[in-house]
Design a protein around this ligand. Structure first.
Ligand code: SF4
Length: 237
């Protein structure tokens, strides 16, 4: 696939006149696809049919996840959990992996920790449907054990593709695994949380995972501080 700059040059070039019919058709399809993608990426309001291309990209990706057998978790999962929420959301939450309830329902953050996440989202005046929620791993590790580095390595490409299709303005990573994976850092979450980092043209802020807060309610105060920072940035975005 050509880069946008090359396509611009091609559009103004005269060499197209010398192409045979088949090549010309292929080149034009390439231009149309790339132009649609570019408009989506820039958030330019266009017809519904063109906007659907953004969602189309996610649908194709979801299909890949549903059929994925890349790691051993494919054999133990009930359902893969792709992600949920507004595909055009400014704010995306990224957690670790599905738990038991998520595995059964195929939806992210629907158990006790999920209910707490909903309250956290509501605390800044947003609903779950205003944001997008995904995980680093799309399938549940048995017994909710920690993700293995090899599983993260095999699965994280899906999340990175989700991010590059959706282009959220702010990403809030929940807990150690999501934070360390996206920031490519080994620093503890307690040192990383509450600070904005530049990440792929997005602002990324780590905070504690809601499951951790269920066992350490005293830390909710810090998450509240982080959410206030997100709210300020969200209103500017
Ligand atoms: S966890 Fe990710 S890599 Fe492993 S099977 Fe599921 S979708 Fe594929």
């Amino acid at each position: 696939m050509r880069k946008w700059k090359e396509v611009q040059e091609m559009l103004w070039g005269k060499w197209v006149m010398s192409m045979d019919k088949q090549s010309l058709q292929e080149e034009l399809l390439d231009v149309v696809k790339l132009t649609k993608q570019y408009l989506c990426e820039q958030g330019i309001k266009v017809e519904n049919s063109v906007q659907a291309e953004c969602a189309g990209g996610l649908l194709d990706l979801k299909e890949k996840v549903n059929n994925c057998q890349k790691c051993p978790l494919a054999k133990t999962r009930t359902n893969p959990v792709f992600g949920a929420g507004d595909e055009h959301a400014k704010l995306m939450f990224v957690g670790e992996a599905p738990g038991k309830d998520e595995d059964l329902q195929g939806e992210p953050f629907v158990g006790k920790a999920g209910k707490l996440l909903t309250k956290i989202i509501n605390s800044i005046g947003l609903k779950r449907t205003d944001v997008y929620i995904a995980n680093i791993l799309k399938c549940r590790p048995p017994g909710n054990r920690n993700p293995e580095p090899s599983e993260i390595a095999m699965c994280q490409g899906y999340l990175l593709e989700q991010i590059s299709i959706m282009k959220p303005k702010i990403i809030c990573t929940l807990g150690k695994f999501a934070t360390q994976t996206l920031l490519n850092s080994q620093q503890p979450i307690s040192q990383l949380r509450g600070r904005f980092f530049e990440y792929r043209n997005t602002k990324l802020i780590p905070t504690f995972h809601p499951a951790y807060l269920l066992y350490s309610p005293g830390e909710k105060r810090l998450v509240w501080q982080d959410m206030k920072k997100i709210k300020t940035e969200y209103e500017k975005a």
